[in-house]
Write a protein that binds this ligand. Structure first.
Ligand code: BES
Ligand code: MN
Ligand code: ZN
Length: 492
């Protein structure tokens, strides 16, 4: 991965491949931090910016030959999207930095000289720059991301600043790991290979891994994973990950939907809707990398991660609409639509996670198309018990990810009633995201719980923007890590 370093070098003495300054919007778009440039360069930068014309808008990245007085060949002006008087929040810094590294792919060392007032600011620039320096290189030679990032800070030796930047690097590595898994082709990433990947990733870390294969799942009464997975030649898996620090203050269970490909099963999807369904394991990928990062950061809470892995395929062995399955713990479900498979594998995993009596259950899933109808592809939904839902929202806000609270209206529950089982896997069409949430709630045994529906935000089908590439985005990791840190700090 791209490296990151804090420096306090005067701008005139910097010898990297590009120096990046931030720009602001308004009637007179401006360049921030001009005062830090050597005198003779100031006016030159200002006039170059006005000759070329800058707007300061987010994702505007203007490249100029560096003026005399600077030791770098390239001067880069990246838009913040905010006016001169607006606060440079952490997320504004992340996006401006990420946009620059993304659009500077192929460059060696890139130096950021943004106006920073805290350790968190420096970390935000580092995080954004690293998040933007991503390329998926699984199957073709893509442009190489920026090789090294330097962040100019007042005191590069400051302990708090160094720690915050080191954390940013761990976070970015985790997000990149999720993107790589989501972008992997589903002929290569299937339940067993996903489980192998989890074993490989945790080798040499303090995360313990257990894998239940088809036989173990059948023996354990995991009817949801078995039912969804039985149409595929590649059997389901349940992966349990555990990070258990010596002095854990709390225990949080993270459960991820890991459908490595969702064809819909016999309730098959139209071809167009299937195209992005390799990303239906983004929740499980986020859980895997969150647990690994939590261990790497030494976060003081016990974390168990549960990856509910299956491939949802139509075949002569696939489950049928109207099949009745038994979820772990004994509750029965009539499968009216085999495309509502996520809630079935999650039900098994939520029950298993709950058996250990964690202080909170968090599940994350690309669960419903209705999430995208409601909130689009940049805002994720969170449902659950009041406390835990609020904790997730606070963590998301602090982490710079967009989550919005959604209700679980009791009135929708009867729509899942069926005469042949305890519950059906489908209900009222309107409010489909909430119906799915209500279904999951049945398997949480009343514990503190939050359900994160990331269907839209997990996969970017459109153009890349700021630090978000095309394809897998890695959404959820930053929020869950912050949530664990908050829990370790005894908050909420
Ligand atoms: N994986 C899909 C949800 C999804 C759709 C995620 C689009 C990302 C983008 C899920 O398994 C699904 O198919 N849900 C159905 C449920 C319905 C049959 C009750 C849906 O949302 O249409
Ligand atoms: Mn589905
Ligand atoms: Zn699905």
């Amino acid at each position: 991965m791209t490296t990151v370093e804090l420096i306090s070098t005067p701008l005139a003495k910097i010898r990297s491949d590009a120096l990046v300054l931030a720009t602001t919007t308004g009637d007179q778009p401006g360049v921030l931090g001009l005062a830090d440039l050597p005198k003779q360069a100031r006016a030159a930068v200002e006039s170059a910016a006005s000759v070329v014309g800058i707007s300061g808008k987010l994702d505007e990245v203007v490249k100029l030959p560096a003026p005399a007085g600077l030791g770098v060949p390239l001067l880069v002006l990246t838009g913040t999207g905010v006016g001169r008087d607006a606060p440079l929040t952490a997320e504004v810094l992340r996006r401006a930095a990420g946009s620059a590294t993304r659009q500077l792919a192929g460059t060696g060392t890139v130096t950021f000289a943004f106006p920073l007032i805290s350790a968190d600011d420096a970390a935000a620039v580092a995080e954004g720059a690293l998040l933007g320096a991503y390329a998926y290189t699984g199957y073709s030679g893509s442009p190489t991301p920026v090789a090294a990032v330097e962040v100019v800070a007042a005191d590069a030796k400051d302990k708090a600043t160094r720690a915050a930047v080191a954390r940013a690097a761990v976070v970015a590595t985790a997000v990149h790991g999720v993107r790589d898994l989501v972008n992997a082709a589903p002929n290569d990433l299937y339940p067993a290979s996903f489980a192998d990947n989890a074993k490989e990733l945790t080798k040499g870390t303090k995360v313990a891994v257990t894998v239940l294969d088809d036989d173990a799942l059948r023996a354990g009464g995991y009817g949801g994973l078995i039912g969804v997975g039985q149409g595929s030649t590649r059997g389901p898996r349940l992966v349990k990950l555990e990070w258990k620090p010596r002095k854990a203050t709390a225990h949080i269970a993270l459960v991820g939907k890991g459908i490595t490909f969702d064809s819909g099963g016999l309730s098959i999807k139209p071809a167009k809707s299937m195209e992005t369904m390799k990303s239906d394991m983004a929740g499980a990928a986020a859980v895997l990398h969150t647990v690994v990062a939590a261990a790497e950061l030494g976060i003081g809470v016990r974390v168990t991660g549960w990856l509910a892995l299956a491939e949802n395929m139509p075949s002569a062995t696939a489950q049928r609409p109207s099949d009745v399955i038994t979820i772990r713990g004994g509750r029965t479900v009539e499968v009216l639509n085999t495309d509502a498979e996520g809630r079935l594998v999650l039900a098994d995993a939520l029950v298993a996670a709950g058996e250990e009596n964690p202080d909170a259950l968090i599940d994350i899933a690309t669960l419903t198309g209705a999430q995208m109808v409601a909130l689009g592809n940049q805002v994720s939904a969170v449902m659950g018990t009041d406390d835990t839902r609020s904790s997730v929202l606070a963590a998301a806000e602090a982490a710079g990810e967009q989550f919005w609270p959604m209700p679980l209206p009791e009135e929708l529950r009867p729509s899942m009633k069926t005469p042949v089982a305890d519950i059906a896997n489908m209900g009222e069409r309107y409010g489909g995201m909430l119906v799915a949430g209500l279904f999951l709630q049945e398997f949480t045994a009343g514990k503190p719980w939050a359900h994160l529906d990331i269907a839209g935000p997990s996969f970017n089908e459109g153009a890349p923007r700021h630090y978000v590439p095309k394809g897998g985005t890695g959404v959820g990791v930053r929020t869950m890590l912050r949530l664990l840190e908050d829990a370790a700090a005894g908050g909420r």
